[in-house]
Structures are given as structure tokens and as C-alpha cells.
Design a binder for this molecule. Sequence first.
Ligand SMILES: Cc1cc2nc3c(=O)[nH]c(=O)nc-3n(C[C@H](O)[C@H](O)[C@H](O)COP(=O)(O)OP(=O)(O)OC[C@H]3O[C@@H](n4cnc5c(N)ncnc54)[C@H](O)[C@@H]3O)c2cc1C
Length: 339
Amino acid sequence: MIKTDAVIIGAGPVGLFAVHQLGLKGLKSEVIDNLDRAGGQCIELYPDKPIFDIPAIPECTGKELTENLLRQIKPFNTNFHFNERVQEVSCENNTWLVKTNKNNTFSSPNIIIAGGVGSFEPRKLSLEEAENYEGKNIFYSVNDKNKFKGKKVSIFGGGDSALDWALELSKISNVTLIHRRDEFRGAPHTLSEIKKLEKIGKIVIKTKYQLSKIEGDENLKSITIKNDDEKTMKIDTDYILGFFGLIMKLGPIAEWGLNMNRKTISVNTENFETNKKGIFAIGDICTYPGKERLILSGFHEAALASVECFKRAKPDEKYRFEFTTSSKDIQERLGRKTK
Ligand SMILES: Cc1cc2nc3c(=O)[nH]c(=O)nc-3n(C[C@H](O)[C@H](O)[C@H](O)COP(=O)(O)OP(=O)(O)OC[C@H]3O[C@@H](n4cnc5c(N)ncnc54)[C@H](O)[C@@H]3O)c2cc1C
């Protein structure tokens, strides 16, 4: 059981800024995200697109914003629990218990839901047998590329993830890149690198093919792919990597007894608490009269929610409003020397 002042569900921009606001007040937080990295929509949906409405930053990409938010919270040494989805929340003696799909339990007086539009989950292969090999021979993201060293890897997909991993793994594995269309959607320069490797036999590309069969016993042995003319081809395969994009699911959050309004959670605008004391919702997932789904709004919501979190985490201490420019306590928490 991990005890903390606040559990933050979601490592999108708003969850990251909540870490900062809690940290300034001397509160520790643990962050859980279903994905394998921080950044939420900024990283998953528009890493290279410019954002123009972050105060005092005339222009930055989704990736740059995420990197800066991570830099800003570095002094707080926060624990991130990636690849974990929060499944259940329950209450015991005024303390919330948060359980994840990896059976980790967190105990805290505060839960901040910064779950955006829900958890992003990979779109999976449609063949039923694929489930038997998932997590063993079939993956939808890569945590450790060394697993694929010297192995036969079939990569499915036509976007950036499929192309990037085909290029990267071609250095250590036998890669076949399979896509159901002729055109790839990924970055042109990555594609041209891959085409060069194809010419010298370092990578095999099969377009207009889709997966039709998986064969193996304990482990995967081969796959069969089929093209539009029903022509089939068997390929010896140790691992399948599928990159078919992400789907967004509100998932278990909808079952926690919170006041839901369509797919969002109703909150008050004083402290962004939900109908359950100690559970807050901020960022895209919350709703209230006049709500705008902007990063800027999420930052404000995080700041006000953190004040109420302080009162619940430290009931014997008085909350004092302080400026970062003049508070010695805050500057110490940020690792700055004070005179
Ligand atoms: C193409 C595009 C362009 C945009 N441009 C702008 C712009 O210019 N300016 C602007 O202000 N906004 C912009 N936005 C909107 C902005 O990205 C969102 O407002 C912002 O990302 C919301 O942040 P968030 O942290 O609330 O949620 P998200 O960024 O959605 O992050 C939520 C995180 O929570 C995780 N999560 C959800 N449920 C669970 C669970 N049960 N367990 C574990 N993890 C979970 C998800 O995996 C995700 O990582 C844009 C959005 C898009 C799609």
C-alpha cells in the first residue's frame, strides 16, 4: 500500500501541473497513467503542433509543453506509475483507496481525477486468438526493445509509431512491415529511410495486406496475411507489434458514483471537488457552467483544487496563501537556497 497526500489520475498537462501546485504547498503526490509516458493528448495527439494560448509562451509544441511541465515539477521527485489504469476507488475511515489493474493500492485523503477524455487505449488486432498471445508475443507498445533482439518481428500499421519502430528495430531484428493500404501516413523522411533499407534487404514491406491467421503453441510461430485479392502469405514470426492508433475510453471512472454529465464529471468552481468529499476533477474531464476545454482552464482548476487538498491532508495546519516570489518555504521546496 502506497500512502500519499494526493493520488493524481492522469499524467496529461493538467495532472502534471497539479503535481506542481500540490508540491508548492508541501504535499506529495503519486501519478497514475494508463499510457507509458506523460503528456496526455499533447503527446499522443499533437506532439509537433504549435500551441498559441499558454500564458507567457507565445508558441510551443505539445511535446515542448510536456517537457517544460516535467522540468517544472522535477524538484518534487514525484513517482509516476505508467501503464497502470485506475480501476476502483473506495473509502475507508475518511481515506480514499485507489486500486489499479496491476493490483497496486494507494491510500490518500485526496484523489484528483485529471483523466482528460478518458484513458487512451491501443486499438487491438481483431482476431480472437490474438488475446492468447497479448503481453507475451503480441504488443501494442514497446517498453524494452531488447526483447526483440535477433527475433522475427511483424509490425502492423501505417502511422508514425509503426514506421519509427520498424526503422529502430531493423537495427537488431528481422522486421516485416505490414500495412493494409499502399500509402503510409507517417513522416516522409522515416518512410524514405525504410524504403532504402528495403532495397538492401534489411526490411520487408508488405502493403495492402491484413492479418488473417495466427499460429503457434505456447509461443507464436507464424502469421498468415491476406491481400485484397485473397492472396495469402505465411510469415514466420516471433513477435507481432500492432500500431493501429488509440481509442479513448472513459472506462471505470464512470462507475465510481460521481455525478456525471454525459462523459464528464460535475464539480463546483470553488475547489473543483465532485459530489464526493476528497475527490476532485480537473482538466477536460470536469464540467461546470462556462467550462472551456483548454489547458489554461485546467491549470487554474489544479491550483484551486490543491488548496482544498492541503486542508484535507493537513487538517491541523492553517493554509496560508503565499507568493512564490517571496515565500522562503516554497523556494526551499523548489530546492532554491534562501537567505
Ligand atoms: C489536436 C488538438 C489540439 C489542441 N490544441 C489546444 C490548444 O491549442 N490549446 C489548448 O489549451 N488546448 C488544446 N487542446 C486541448 C488540450 O490538449 C486538452 O485540453 C488537454 O490535453 C487536457 O488535459 P488533461 O490533462 O485534462 O487531459 P489529457 O491530456 O486527456 O490527459 C489525460 C490522461 O489521463 C489518463 N487516464 C484517463 N483515465 C485514466 C485511468 N482510469 N487510469 C489511468 N490513467 C487514465 C490518459 O491516459 C491521459 O494520459 C487540443 C486538443 C487536440 C486534440
